[in-house]
Design a protein around this ligand. Sequence first.
Ligand code: HEC
Ligand code: HEC
Length: 327
Amino acid sequence: MLDFPHNQSRLIMGLAILVALVLIASGCQGAQPGTPAPQAATEEATEEPAEEATHEATAEATHEATEEATHEASEEFEDLENPFAGDPDAIAAGQEIYLNNCALCHGETGMGDGPAAPGLPEEPSKFADCEWQSHEPDGELFHVIVNGEPEEGMPAWGETLTEDQIWQVLSYERSFCPDLVIEAEATHEATAEATHEATAEATHEATAEATHEATAEATHEASEEFEDLENPFAGDPDAIAAGKEIYQANCALCHGETGMGDGPAAPGLPEEPSKFADCEMMAQMEEGELFHVIVNGEPEEGMPAWGETLTEDRIWQVLSYERSFCE
Ligand code: HEC
Ligand code: HEC
């Protein structure tokens, strides 16, 4: 403890009272810009942990409620059967829906190897795997298509496709296995499957690593090549119109219809899809750099490679459209 002489401690007392008065006065005037009232600071400090706690509690409650609802919904769907089963018109309609919306992940031939597959948390189901399909009743698949499994990378289609369209695309998925007999109950040996899965995983990891190294090297080389490219269609309204169509069919699923990065597939991706409507971000992006990403993708972040699917002209067109969000 410091021991002040009498008159010095009075001086300190006086100062303390003065400070207190100033504080009260400024509190009464309300917080002014640049001079935050100490009271407000204290309030904020006490509010923050409370807010966090509330947030956590809400998140948990919501999570539980959702789980329950999903569970109930799944029981509701269980006994549904495809009203179009085997109907060739439904299969044809379903093929179109599949190629536009599903092939990107599940692959054109149903092998789970579409261009977006490498970036997803789970491997997209292989509809060409007839053994797998035989254990999946209609109602269960319908349920997954409606609600999605966003955390595994499977978007929800309940808002985008009608009920009929969902049955049609399911008819098409079933057509990969023409002799399919859906088993009432799974009768496979658990041990056999466990061993199989473990082996598959090990092989998968080894391959993935090798591919990753090779790709990284190739991408690096390619990136230097692209750096100085410029868009030959920049600002051309026809190119923007053509690009819009390409965008809606191939990119909106992740990047969002209005370029806000909020498409139905976004929640399952390792990275948030770039927001083309974020003009500050876009102002910093070089043309050649964007072109390069579209051609090669960033599969580990969830961005598919389009170099095999879109011609060079079409890539510039879709890039013109992406730029048009900020023009
Ligand atoms: C962005 C990628 C992506 C797109 C696009 C996509 N899927 Fe999926 N889908 C997945 C992934 C990943 C899984 C595996 C989820 C898991 O393992 O739980 C999956 C699983 C499924 C299943 C699951 C079955 C099951 O019980 O295992 C069905 C059915 C399905 N998808 C149908 C569709 C249909 C129909 C479309 C198009 C209208 C579509 N998917 C589009 C990624 C996608
Ligand atoms: C399956 C989801 C998905 C689809 C479909 C998709 N993207 Fe992406 N895209 C992403 C993600 C995720 C990123 C962010 C990658 C990162 O953060 O590194 C991205 C990044 C990009 C970038 C890079 C911008 C930057 O910040 O460097 C461009 C350009 C792009 N996408 C264009 C397209 C175009 C054009 C299409 C359609 C032809 C398309 N994307 C379709 C998921 C997707």
